[in-house]
Design a protein around this ligand. Sequence first.
Ligand code: ZN
Length: 319
Amino acid sequence: MPVETTGILEVMPVGRFAPSPTGRLHLGNLRTAVLAWLYARSDESPFLLRFEDLDTAAVRAEHYRTQADDLAALGLDWDEPTISQSDHLDRYRDALDRLRSADLVYPCFCSRREIREAASAPNRSHAGHHYPGTCADLDTAQRARRSEDRPAALRVRADGIRVGVIDELLGPIAIELDDFVVQRNDGTPAYHLAVVVDDAAQSVEEVVRGADLAESACRQLLLYELLDLTPRPRYVHVPLMLAANGDRLAKRHGAVSLDDRRRRGETAAEVLAFLASTIGLADPGEPITTAELRARFDRDRFREQVDRSPTLLPDDFLT
Ligand SMILES: [Zn+2]
C-alpha cells in the first residue's frame, strides 16, 4: 500500500502474481512469477499473490497449496493478504451493477458457434473470436424471446473503440475492441472484469504477466475507464516460455513443473538458476538465489537486453 509520510505521498508501486489454481505451475508460469517478483522487490515494493479461481470447473483444491509452495521453494515471498477471487464475488457484482445502471453492458444470447459463424460471414471484416455485435440492439421483446432458449452473457459496449497502452517491454499496443464478455452466461464474472476490479481494490500499480495477455491490457484499460477505477497500472508483458513447437507448456510435454524437475533430481535452486539463465539474468550453469537476482535486477537494463521472443524449450530438455 502507498505509505504516507509527512505531507509527501511516497508511491511504492504494488506488484502481483495472479495464477489460476487449476494445476501445477509450469516453468513458464514460474519464470513469469520470478520476473513479477523481481520488478516489485527490486524496488522494495509490496508484492501480492492472488488466486484467480472463478472458473470453478477448472480449479483443483490442492493447487492453491502446490502453487504457493512452488513459489516459496524458488525463494519468492509475498505480502498479505493473499486473496482468492472466489471470496470477493460481491466486488464483481457491484462493478457489474454499475456498468448495468450506466447502460454500458447488454445481454448476449449467442452460442460460441453463432459467434464463430457471424464473425466469419463474408460481409464482416473481423475474423476469429471478434464479436460482431449481434445482440447489441435487441429490443425488450427480442431479449425476452431469446432468453427462453439460453441464459445471457453480458457484454460491454466497446463499439470498436481503439484503445492503446504503452507496455514497458513491448512498447505501444493498440487494438480495436469488440464488445467483450464481462459476465459469462453462467453468471461468473469474466476474467477482464475480475482482474481490473481486484487490481484496483488491491492498489496494484504494476502488472507483470505473460506476453499472451498483452492485448488484454487494452480491454482492461477500457474497464478502468468505464468504472472510473484507479490506480491505472503500468504494464510489463514478459516473454513466454513454450514447448519446442511453440505450444503452451503442458503435462504432455514432459517435465514441466517444479515437482517434475525434482523427480529428475534437480533442486528448486537449480530450476531457479535455469529460469534466470533463459532471460539473461544469470550465466548458464551459474548458481543463483532470489536475493542475488534481486540485487542484480535492473529494469532499465532488462528492458534493453531481454530477448522479446518466446523461449522455446527443446524436447530433450523436457522428456
Ligand atoms: Zn450475442
